[in-house]
Design a protein around this ligand. Sequence first.
Ligand SMILES: Cc1cc2nc3c(=O)[nH]c(=O)nc-3n(C[C@H](O)[C@H](O)[C@H](O)COP(=O)(O)OP(=O)(O)OC[C@H]3O[C@@H](n4cnc5c(N)ncnc54)[C@H](O)[C@@H]3O)c2cc1C
Ligand code: FES
Length: 355
Amino acid sequence: MSHELYELKVQNINRETDDCVSVEFAIPDSLQAIFQYTQGQYISLETEIQGQLLRRSYSLCSAPYEKKWCIAVKEVHNGAFSCYINQQLKIGDSILVQAPGGRFFTKLHPDQEKNYVFFAAGSGITPVIGIIKQILFEEPKSSVLLFYGNQRTEQVIFLEELLSLKNRYINRLALHFLLSREETEEELFHGRINAEKLNRFAERIFKVEEVDEFFMCGPETMILELREGLQQMGVDPHRIHMELFGVQIQKPKPHFDHTAESENCLVRMTLDGRTFEFNLAYNSDNLLDAALKQGANLPYACKGGVCCTCKTKLVKGDVEMMVNYGLEADEIENGYILSCQSFPKSAKIEVNFDQ
Ligand SMILES: Cc1cc2nc3c(=O)[nH]c(=O)nc-3n(C[C@H](O)[C@H](O)[C@H](O)COP(=O)(O)OP(=O)(O)OC[C@H]3O[C@@H](n4cnc5c(N)ncnc54)[C@H](O)[C@@H]3O)c2cc1C
Ligand code: FES
């Protein structure tokens, strides 16, 4: 994935709900190859807002076969970027965008006959609808079941598009909307998507052993609960795909003994062929945050140990990785770490983002 930023023009903006707009970008011929994507991937946008240069990631809600590049942004209360997109961005504006990235997808093939189950909450529907559209288009023998949670009906993003997909693929797509602040006909669909609901869905709506792959995107609490619930039901972690939009749960600061005499570790970092060094106090910032404070242009998205965008190779030294929901066992064996979750433990460490 290239870390370069490209100027893209806003081709269209649609108001999806009171607090969500979708934005379509025009991709000039010269950038078509760089901006090719797999369903479920995200792009990162950068712009200056009130004198501050900000960068945020947004999942593509379009599907590759549509030959469109669309995102949907839900306004977060007092959120700098999401308010800017919802309230100020106009058709014809240009904005800096990084090429698509992320690993929230599975390989599709027209011969496959699979059962997919999706759980989404709020704006978590964005990558999910892109993946669902591509599956329905590309795998004519596969079927899809979606559980989508919101507070109220008027907040359901892409309601019309989902219903029209249901009409088109009536035997292959099943939709279940959950509402937490509105009455529903059936009690099962009232409330949030959580471990208890998962157990009841698995008793009544799908058979866990018949599902090939699970996808989930929403708040951290939801995806971690569902992941644990599925694992307790015996689902292989390779069949569980998660996307996290950001970390809401406050994590305790790490505290562990280090082997060095000094209070700082000397960090040596290589990115895009450039190597730089800085001191990092033990039990303070993780490697990613520390390097960003130094002005380094490191890649990252979720900062929660899920997306692996911040993956780097530990070439020398020792770190403590607090959580890892994304790296595979062979990647860890080969020395890869998540920089957003790693804290130095030895006197010197060396990491390389280019390997
Ligand atoms: C891989 C990835 C894909 C993403 N895709 C989408 C997408 O498709 N659509 C979308 O709308 N967003 C998406 N996000 C989230 C997005 O990147 C921003 O984090 C979000 O728009 C808030 O940014 P902001 O600048 O408006 O808020 P900030 O100014 O960064 O935050 C303002 C306040 O809101 C809180 N806050 C931030 N985000 C949330 C949240 N999601 N829920 C509740 N409180 C929050 C913060 O803790 C802070 O107190 C994605 C994030 C990642 C990592
Ligand atoms: S930024 Fe997502 S895993 Fe580190």
